[in-house]
Design a protein around this ligand. Structure first.
Ligand code: HEM
Length: 413
């Protein structure tokens, strides 16, 4: 369904398509064709979202970088005009304490500082042996078990879940609880009831754990957050929100990248062979960057609102207007990446925006990179005959999640 409006400074009348758009059948790795076409033809356009509002959609690579780095572009979801993902996010906006995801400027810096330490390059490098061990253990289990194996439940989900549980100090025995709640939290079309049960339920669980660590400290991030609560730097609710964000962002995204990335490699055997055969860790690292570019799993658009008028290209975004920044078409913008539809693991793709750009760029990117490099390299070398066990057309993709991926991935060898 479309309607018309005059959004551009030029006053040109245009049709407004509904967003999110749907990926084409048979081309699940590609951003939806409509979004791709906008990316090259019209990097800034209007869309209509679930509540009938018509925010801007950003699909061009240069425009994305400009806007994501602009201090007049806010992530504060309480501001009028903010284009919420769904009813669930709108309905919990005043229930959710402020956090790194929803704050700007100094407030954002305050929250971000509290979570960056365990995710620095140096700290993540020190975690590599532990990640390698967890990966090897899970591959041992797969190889000793029946065929086919579901790569999602046997490898893609447990590896990042175990790593983030360990870092945070969340008992892994509770993984079923937090994975289920995180799953609701990343529903693209979550209702008010679902959002309350999902994200709020998880935050309550983490607040209880933080309270426990006040009297029973351990060597983990939850204890560190408890210390900040005791020092009155943040409230218990804020600490719970930080831990919730890390727990959800820390496993769901990487898990989707592992399973979807494996599938993309299986569908491109000559690219897979490059990753499997190389002795050079830089080649594996480059392949991970290319997979992050090619797949851009965060599929619902990063949500922002303009705090002042912003002139960009041929349009003026007015103060108070919503902005949806879609990473996938920007990563397939031919002005930034030649032949973007080709998965080319030798391409220099490091300038991709799969982790976002600007002050809110992903906190956990070094950890995600380390996990992906270790898992792909180990899996392809230890299981060189790995293959998809069902027809490609039968794979169930996560069209209804904020992060794209597959629900299951039956593989044999
Ligand atoms: C392949 C895996 C991952 C992908 C593709 C990914 C993607 C992203 C993207 C696109 C953003 C920017 C959001 C925005 O600007 O609106 C982001 C932010 C964030 N990510 Fe990730 N992420 C991944 C893994 C992780 C991990 C492992 C963690 C933590 C352990 C994490 C924690 C965060 C946090 C806390 C933010 C918010 C940063 C801020 O607002 O300042 N992510 N991520």
């Amino acid at each position: 369904m479309t309607e018309t409006t005059t959004g551009a400074r030029s006053g040109v009348t245009d049709e407004i398509p509904e967003y999110p758009m749907v990926r084409e059948r048979g081309c699940p790795f590609a951003p939806p064709a409509e979004v791709r076409a906008l990316g090259t033809r019209k990097p800034l356009s209007r869309i209509k979202i679930w509540d009938g509002s018509t925010p801007w959609l950003v699909t061009g690579y240069d425009e994305l970088k400009t806007l994501m780095a602009d201090p007049r572009v806010s992530v504060d979801d309480r501001r009028p005009g903010f284009p919420h993902w769904n009813e669930g996010m709108l309905s919990t906006v005043h229930k959710r304490p402020r956090s790194v995801f929803t704050s700007d400027g100094d407030e954002h810096t305050k929250y971000r500082r509290m979570m960056t330490r365990p995710f620095t390059f140096k700290r993540v490098e020190a975690l590599r042996p532990a990640i390698q061990q967890i990966t090897d253990d899970h591959i041992d289990t797969i190889l000793a078990g029946p065929k086919p194996a579901d790569l999602v439940t046997e490898l893609a989900l447990p590896v990042p879940s175990l790593v983030i549980s360990e870092l945070l100090g969340v008992p892994y025995e509770d993984h079923k609880f937090f994975q289920d709640h995180a799953t609701i939290g990343v529903d693209r079309f979550a209702t008010k009831k679902q959002a309350t049960a999902g994200v709020v339920g998880l935050a309550t669980y983490l607040k209880d754990l933080i309270e426990k660590r006040l009297s029973e400290p351990a060597d983990d991030m939850v204890t560190e957050l408890a210390g900040r609560v005791r020092a009155q730097e943040i409230s218990l609710s804020e600490a719970g929100q930080i831990a919730t964000g890390l727990l959800i962002a820390g496993h769901e995204t990487t898990a989707n990248m592992i399973a979807l990335g494996t599938l993309a490699l299986l569908e491109n055997p000559e690219q897979l062979a490059i990753v499997r055969e190389t002795e050079d860790p830089k080649v594996v690292a480059g392949a991970v960057e290319e997979l992050l570019r090619y797949l851009s799993i965060i599929q619902n658009g990063q949500r922002r609102v303009a705090t002042e008028d912003i002139d960009i290209g041929e349009v003026t975004i007015r103060g108070g207007e919503g902005i949806v920044i879609d990473l996938a078409p920007a990563n397939w913008d031919p002005k930034a990446f030649a032949a973007p539809q080709d998965l080319d693991v030798r391409r220099q793709a490091v300038s991709h925006v799969g982790f976002g750009f600007g002050p809110h760029q992903c906190v956990g990117q070094q950890l995600a990179r380390a996990e992906l490099q270790i898992v792909f390299r180990t899996l392809l070398r230890r299981v060189p005959t790995l293959r998809l066990d069902i027809p490609f057309d039968d794979v169930e993709f996560k069209h209804d999640r904020l992060a794209f991926g597959v629900y299951t991935l039956p593989v044999s060898w």
